[in-house]
Design a protein around this ligand. Structure first.
Ligand SMILES: C[S@@+](CC[C@H](N)C(=O)[O-])C[C@H]1O[C@@H](n2cnc3c(N)ncnc32)[C@H](O)[C@@H]1O
Length: 243
């Protein structure tokens, strides 16, 4: 497994345009609304990256703090948050019961979940909300190929997620009102694989995997082969809960 910090050092400059979901304001608004925050809320965006989620909260809540391990990603996070803290989400330098909401988009695929989920619980105030949005496979039909594609696209990935995986972790941790909301993102594979951090052989390998996909995969992902590109409907699951 590649080191996540090195991966995002190489990816930082291109990150803000490295997929459709990255730039998707409808998805970002959805995460904001689901978090249930108000003007007096203190919000923590874990794996904040270039601050694309934090930016939606900045100026609309009392304080938004971003947390990440990558100073290179943070260089692209101007005017997105009140404070940035460099630390892993497995060991956060915050007191117990500090935040009204914890949010995260596409961050926990690199996590030691048995450490990160208890940390999220610990830093949330009682009654606080958690909103965690991640790419998943749809079901057992596409699982194997989706994970093989994800591995080539991001060799630093630790967790390959199915739709209920994060919400199961939240339930086991003792969170209440746990729910999953599905969101489909139509992706251009050319855009998605040109992330600045993987070699040509990985990009060629991803295209080859799509070409080898069976009918069931092509159907569930609504794949189309256009002139020079491949289009794939990817599934993101937003897990929400209350402490
Ligand atoms: C795909 S980016 C997501 C950025 C942002 N949340 C977004 O939605 O655009 C993943 C981020 O997770 C960060 N990350 C990886 N491992 C981490 C860890 N152990 N603790 C905190 N952040 C981590 C990376 O540095 C990177 O900025």
């Amino acid at each position: 497994m590649e080191n996540a910090e090195i991966h995002f050092k190489n990816r930082a400059a291109k990150y803000n345009h490295s997929s459709n979901w990255v730039e998707d304001q409808v998805l970002i608004n959805r995460i904001f609304e689901l978090s249930g925050v108000g003007a007096g809320s203190e919000v923590l965006d874990i794996a904040t990256g270039t601050g694309l989620i934090a930016r939606r909260f900045y100026g609309r809540v009392k304080k938004v703090t971003g947390l990440d391990i990558s100073p290179d990603m943070a260089k692209h996070a101007d005017e997105c948050m009140d404070e940035i803290v460099f630390a892993p989400y497995e060991k956060m330098p915050f007191a117990d019961n500090s935040f009204d909401a914890v949010v995260c988009r596409q961050g926990l695929q690199f996590a030691e979940l048995d450490k990160a989920i208890p940390e999220i619980y610990r830093v949330l105030k009682p009654g606080g909300s958690v909103t965690l949005c991640h790419l998943t496979a749809f079901n057992d039909t596409d699982r194997e190929l989706t994970f093989a594609i994800q591995k080539l696209r991001n060799p630093a990935r630790r967790n390959y997620l199915m739709p209920g995986d994060i919400s199961d972790c939240l339930r086991r941790q003792g969170f209440n009102d746990v729910a999953d909301i599905e969101y489909i993102s139509a992706e251009s594979i050319n855009k998605w694989i040109d992330n600045g951090a993987i070699p040509q052989e990985n990009m060629d390998g991803i295209r080859a995997l799509y070409r080898s996909a069976d009918e069931a995969f092509l159907k569930i992902h609504n794949v189309s082969f256009t002139e020079g590109d491949i289009l794939d409907d990817m599934l993101l699951v937003i897990a929400t809960a209350k402490k």
